[in-house]
Design a protein around this ligand. Structure first.
Ligand code: ADP
Length: 667
């Protein structure tokens, strides 16, 4: 085994690799860019070397600087992680030339899988099943069109040098072919500088099923079963699971053996993944081979009980594979959800900002969180905005999925937009629960995953209202306890002499304001809230324990989780996640605005408008400033009569979560 290795990567994967290295007694060297001086992976390493400015071209992608860092620290081997230099044959060669072990396959194997058409030729010759189509060198438009006709429409045109879904076009019929070819070529040239194309039969409902393989330097090869990564957005994986639902033992063996055939065809060493398209009829076809450790490797670790990074280090150090094929077994089921700083409602636009509050769910035998960030860290524009990988395991799919949904509802992040509620919607959606998977999953179930209209969500308005009422009562009680216990004036409930208590709060969903008036009826055990929302009136009661709301609405009882963040709330119910905010604070929240903190910006956002002049007398509840954050407008109101003595920002200014917006002096 090595004495010291260098990890040429950052974030969660660098931390992940270091955990295993430490377990094996191997010393670790981190590299870091100027943007990562305070990053978790740097503090976890035994030594760390600065390799330059934030842009990856000048640091993490700079092979020479990595080699220099190895020499300076005496690291014997480099683990490239995934991304960056992990599939760069030139870098693998550079390591060897400098007597440094590259923890990955031989450069020739990386090279062989670099071109889609060359990879297909090698795999076809080795007897690995291919999607019917054409991958020869004659690139004339006539030949390609004939290939498409022979293959049979619909076909997919793919850039030979492609990746990340670029240079790919679906062609439905002969009439579309000419335009589609021109468009695919244009995209391929600008992205890869190479417009060679291949033609593939377009499978209408395939699943993405990939097989984990491992080879050592002693001719041994095993497969560690499959992962289903069908749920994708723009050809990027969103949730992965292992094993693949509905897999038969015989299909598993066939795919596993085909994957080993593929690996052997290129004299593979180390960890690799062979990606297949699995058709509805059980036929499977080679798509590509990833010559590195995959992001989603933890689901394989969870069901096999193996540490794949340990396997990588052992193989690279020349040891034989730790286990043989017949010693490997699947136990239970695992999911991985990629927690991203991004906005699913805005075409998954990456988000940047500060992780003002960050609390992952507690880790256990069932829940694993692989991350490279801490509370207070920035998600910058320079790198992939993945915050963490949330991995859950249990005896079967249903239970593992239940754990995933629960863990997602317990994942607390404030300060920037994340995909957590989208992932929750996905994990609890009926077709996903049924394992009705294919690569069009997100497009097909768009309406239920994105809640683009509020129609379905308004049903949960009474739950939101009940939560706000109980929360208000709780904070009222907290206040009363520290004050005059018996004074009704200290109660924040809408206390009225001889009159039913009435609350006229309004709730915002997706930027639309809903009046949700509430009347308290009955008393003692019989007390109920009569809540009217979206044309319906219900009788509700319940109890709030921390973030858990035990609700009874017209006798229907349920437990849901509500998480406050950034001045808003996310309600996680079996129907999905719903974000709401208090539009008018008539549910009693106004008292909490008496301190200066109430004028802190709820989160990263933009000041939209100042509604009053500094120094002018305002009345209690008068709107002072409008802020926009997470596509919702938040109105900051006067807590009581008084004056704003100073505004710290102007309209159009960006503000960070927690920054004071204005100074208020009560009359
Ligand atoms: P890239 O390398 O650009 O990511 P891939 O060849 O890996 O492209 O394909 C990416 C995704 O496109 C696959 O995961 C699958 O969802 C879809 N895809 C690829 N080939 C086909 C095909 N022949 N039929 C249907 N879908 C396909």
């Amino acid at each position: 085994m090595f004495n010291k290795i260098l990890i040429a990567n950052r974030g969660e994967i660098a931390c992940r690799i270091m955990r295993t290295a430490r377990k094996l007694g191997v010393n670790t060297v981190a590299v870091y860019s100027d943007a990562d001086r305070d990053a978790l992976h740097v503090s976890m390493a035994d030594e760390a070397v600065n390799i330059g400015p934030a842009p990856p071209r000048e640091s993490y992608l700079c092979g020479e600087k990595i080699i220099e860092a190895c020499k300076a620290t005496g690291a014997e081997a480099v683990h490239p992680g995934y991304g960056f230099l992990s599939e760069n044959a030139g870098f693998a060669l550079m390591c060897i030339e400098n007597d440094i072990v590259f923890i990955g396959p031989p450069a020739a194997a990386i090279e062989a899988m670099g071109s889609k058409s060359a990879a297909k030729s090698i795999m076809g010759d080795a007897g690995v099943p291919l999607v019917p189509g054409y991958h020869e060198s004659d690139q004339s438009a006539g030949r390609l069109a004939r290939a498409a006709a022979e293959t049979g429409y619909p076909v997919l045109l793919k850039a030979v040098a492609g990746g990340g879904g670029k240079g790919m076009r679906l062609v439905q019929n002969e009439a579309e072919f000419g335009d589609a070819l021109a468009a695919a070529k244009r995209e391929a040239v600008s992205s890869f500088g190479n417009d060679d194309m291949l033609v593939e039969k377009y499978l209408s409902r395939p699943r993405h099923v990939e097989v984990q393989v491992f080879c050592d330097q002693h001719e041994h090869a095993v497969y560690l079963f499959e992962r289903d990564c069908s749920v994708q957005r723009r050809h990027q994986k969103v949730i992965e699971e292992a094993p693949a639902p509905g897999m038969t033992e015989s299909l598993r063996r066939q795919m596993g053996e085909a994957a080993i055939l593929a690996a052997r065809a290129i004299d593979y060493e180390g960890a690799g993944t062979v990606e297949f398209l699995l058709d509805a009829d059980g036929a499977f076809y080679f798509m590509e081979m990833n010559t590195r450790l995959q992001v989603e490797h933890p689901v394989t670790e969870m069901i096999t009980g193996q540490d794949l990074v340990e396997w990588q280090l052992r193989v690279a150090a020349g040891e034989p594979l730790p286990l043989e094929q017949n010693q490997l077994q699947i136990h239970g089921h695992a999911f991985e959800a990629r927690i991203y700083a991004e906005d699913p409602d805005n075409d998954f636009l990456p988000a940047t900002g500060s992780l003002v509050y960050l609390q992952p769910p507690p880790e256990s035998r069932h829940v694993r969180v692989d991350t490279g960030v801490l509370q207070g860290d920035e998600v910058s524009v320079y790198y992939d905005p993945m915050i963490a990988k949330l991995v859950t395991w249990d005896e079967n799919r249903e239970r593992a999925l239940g754990r995933l949904a629960r863990a997602l509802s317990e994942y607390r992040i404030s300060g920037l937009t994340t995909n957590i509620s989208f992932l929750y919607n996905l994990a609890t959606s009926e077709p996903f629960v049924r394992a009705d998977l294919d690569t069009q999953f997100i497009e097909k179930h768009h309406a239920s995953l994105f809640h683009t209209s509020n129609d379905a969500r308004v049903r949960d308005l009474p739950l939101a209202s009940l939560y706000l009422l109980l929360r208000m009562e709780q904070s009222g009680q907290d206040r009363v306890r520290g004050d005059d216990l018996f004074s009704p004036w200290n109660s924040s409930s809408a206390w009225r002499l001889n009159e039913p208590a009435v609350h006229n709060g309004a709730i915002v969903l997706n930027g639309t304001e809903y009046d949700v008036p509430v009347v308290e009826v009955g008393s003692g055990d019989q007390r109920r809230f009569r809540i009217s929302a979206a044309g319906k009136t219900v009788l509700a009661t319940g109890e709030l324990k921390g973030n858990e709301l035990y609700a009874d609405i017209d006798g229907y009882r349920q437990r849901v989780v509500v998480v406050p963040h950034d001045g808003m709330f996310t309600l996680f119910s079996p129907a999905g996640a719903m974000q709401f905010a208090l539009a008018r604070p008539d549910y009693g929240e106004e008292d909490s605005q008496s301190g200066a903190a109430a004028f802190a910006a709820p989160m990263h956002g933009v000041v939209v408008k100042q509604l009053v002049e500094a120094g002018v007398m305002v009345e209690k509840n008068q709107p002072l400033v409008i802020m926009e954050a997470m596509k919702m407008e938040h109105t900051i109101r006067a807590p009581r009569d008084g004056t704003v003595t100073e505004f710290y920002f102007e309209a159009g200014d960006q503000v960070s979560g927690g920054e004071d917006l204005l100074k208020f002096e009560p009359a």
